[in-house]
Design a protein around this ligand. Structure first.
Ligand code: SF4
Length: 325
């Protein structure tokens, strides 16, 4: 399976199956904090970058096992890039709803919502989680490094229109990087945009995992809490979540699968799953241990050592933690 991963246990969405529409990084942004890596195709074009039929076939193969579908809480459409740039996005979403009968969530960078067609396609999702990292052109350029074809004003207009048209859950995610998009003026302008939207939850994030650029630094816990308070003050009934506070990784994958490390075939299958996870985001040994319920982080290190030696997996230290990627 190239496009299906998980299911993973997410604090936000429960047991969620991931559908990744791309195999390479296709995006209209090249965010300094991106965990996927540098954008290889920086484009605003919607296209069928991967054959829709191939993705639908993979979904059907997965869904042939009714029992494992029954155990899912959500299906999440994502991408190594921006999923709405895939021209088959709407068809894939409709198909997922039909064959899984499960609620579908979409993670999007929110830049394509000024396109009426994209808004129509997204209307079928149960939860849409768009991002908006800055409402000021200079900070937006510095943190998200957009393709030339993007215009921040139009992006914001698209987000506002979509928020009022859409009937599902809308959770807006904002990621802050120290000294880049965290000034008083930045926060004030973001609050102003949010006040013009219909948003069910505001989700505040900061750089927690190894970012694409080493200058993408996290905010302090105090600063994140101060910003959260400001958003809470604006709408006391609307939840404001802090997705990352330095060392927090609890929102992430925690599969309920258990593996027998003594068994050769099981070990191979486990390594393939770990590699799939690392393709999407860097993880510590503790993250991997938590996800796959292995014996200990030490066991994970032993297991991955040959892959590190052979160069299949790389390691990188970030905030005094060793990450595999
Ligand atoms: S973080 Fe998301 S929107 Fe930003 S470059 Fe990476 S994939 Fe694209």
């Amino acid at each position: 399976m190239n496009h299906i991963f998980g299911p993973v246990n997410s604090r936000r969405l429960g047991r969620s199956l991931g559908v990744d529409l791309f195999q390479e990084k296709i995006c209209n942004l090249n965010c300094i904090y991106c965990e996927v890596g540098a954008t290889t195709r920086l484009t605003c074009e919607r296209d069928e970058y991967v054959a829709t039929a191939d993705i639908l076939r993979e979904i059907d193969t997965y869904c042939a096992d009714a029992q494992r579908v029954a155990e899912l809480d959500y299906v999440t459409i994502t991408a190594s890039g921006e999923p709405t740039l895939h021209k088959g996005f709407g068809e894939i979403l409709v198909h997922l709803k039909k064959v899984t009968a499960k609620p579908v969530a979409v993670l999007t960078n929110g830049t394509t919502l000024n396109d009426e067609q994209v808004r129509e396609e997204l209307a079928g999702a149960d939860v849409v989680i768009p991002s908006l990292d800055s409402a000021l052109p200079e900070s937006f350029r510095r943190i998200d490094r957009p393709a030339r074809c993007l215009d921040l004003e139009k992006i914001i207009e698209g987000l506002i229109i979509f928020s009022h048209e859409y009937h599902g859950q809308l959770w807006l995610e904002i990621l802050f990087a120290r000294g880049i998009n965290d000034s008083e003026a930045d926060v004030q302008q973001l609050r102003h945009v949010v006040s013009r939207m219909r948003v069910d939850r505001v989700q505040l994030n900061t750089v927690a995992r190894p970012p694409l650029e080493s200058f993408a630094l996290p905010l302090s816990r105090e600063k994140m809490e101060t910003i959260a308070e400001l958003f809470r003050k604006d709408a006391p009934d609307r939840p404001v979540d802090l997705l990352a506070l330095g060392v927090q990784h609890k929102d992430d994958e925690s599969s309920s699968k258990k593996f027998d490390l003594a068994g050769g075939a099981d070990t191979q299958a486990l390594l393939v799953e770990i590699m799939e996870m690392l393709k999407r985001r860097p993880c510590t040994a503790a993250d991997i241990n938590e996800t796959f319920h292995l014996e200990s982080p030490e066991k994970v290190k032993q297991l991955l050592a040959p892959l590190v030696t052979s160069g299949l997996i790389h390691t990188r230290t970030h905030n005094d933690r060793l990450y595999y990627q």
